[in-house]
Design a protein around this ligand. Structure first.
Ligand code: DC
Length: 239
């Protein structure tokens, strides 16, 4: 289906997938695009982080010895979004999930089949009745393989590390750029090498390399594609 035909469907239930590695700027762009399209924005990484947070709080590990406790925990876990905040069992955990310990735990628990099964089912249900814009690693490849629009947003590891470093500095976190780059490269490796639903660019996704672009430029590019008013330059981004 062409972008123009897809655009005609905006307004009906429309699923937009934005996948890409950590630090590519997905959430900034996704929030802005969702707001312009009046679609619900769903940060699927936040959902893996919320599960990681609860596992840490309950002392549940990722090994086979804890599989039964984990299954029980997942069956009793509710995750929802309200006004752009993520709620875990009715509590707003938007701030609590943004620590380094939770980043590591989210990366580990996102490789577990039971965790992915639960969260992918929830994500599909969220996109059933209304237009959604989801960002993550496997949205276009697995959650909504038939999404009306798919984007793969990337940037060089150095640029992504630099952006993350500036963010951490703003929060007064004392960490070196070299360490941040190392972390980014490790997460890239984990996300794209896990057995289940690894990070991949699907053949039908528009790739946007944001290394030399501002978040506003990327947002406009995504909107241009979705609204079918793409220029020839944007067309070259589709590979
Ligand atoms: O986007 P993020 O950094 O908040 O994601 C946290 C972790 O969750 C990251 O290690 C990758 C994983 N993740 C995933 O496996 N699948 C998704 N759809 C989204 C995130």
């Amino acid at each position: 289906m062409s972008a123009r035909e897809n655009a005609a469907r905006v307004g009906a239930v429309c699923r937009v997938a934005i996948d890409g590695p950590a630090g590519a700027g997905k959430s900034t762009v996704a929030k802005a695009v969702a707001s312009r399209l009046s679609a619900l924005y769903i940060d699927t990484g936040a959902m893996y982080r919320a599960v990681g947070l609860k596992m840490l709080a309950e002392g549940i590990g990722t090994g086979p010895e804890d599989a039964e406790r984990l299954a029980h925990m997942l069956a009793e876990t509710e995750i929802d979004f309200a006004d752009g905040r993520i709620c875990l069992d009715g509590r707003d955990v938007s701030g609590d999930i943004r620590t380094d310990a939770i980043s590591r735990m989210a990366s580990e628990c996102s490789a577990l089949p039971s965790v992915r099964q639960k969260l992918v089912a929830l994500q599909r249900a969220m996109g059933e009745r209304r237009s959604v814009l989801m960002d993550g690693r496997d949205i276009g490849s697995n959650v909504f393989p038939d999404a009306e629009f798919k984007f793969f947003l990337t940037a060089s590891p150095q640029e992504r590390a630099h952006r993350r470093f500036l963010e951490l500095q703003k929060r007064d976190e004392n960490v070196s750029l070299a360490r941040v780059l190392e972390d980014i490269e490790q997460r890239d490796y984990n996300d794209s090498h896990r057995a289940l639903h690894p990070l991949v660019k699907t053949a039908d996704a528009y790739e946007i390399d944001s290394t030399n672009m501002s978040a506003e430029e990327v947002t406009e590019r995504v909107l241009a594609v979705i609204l079918g008013a793409r220029t020839a330059e944007a067309e070259r981004g589709k590979r």
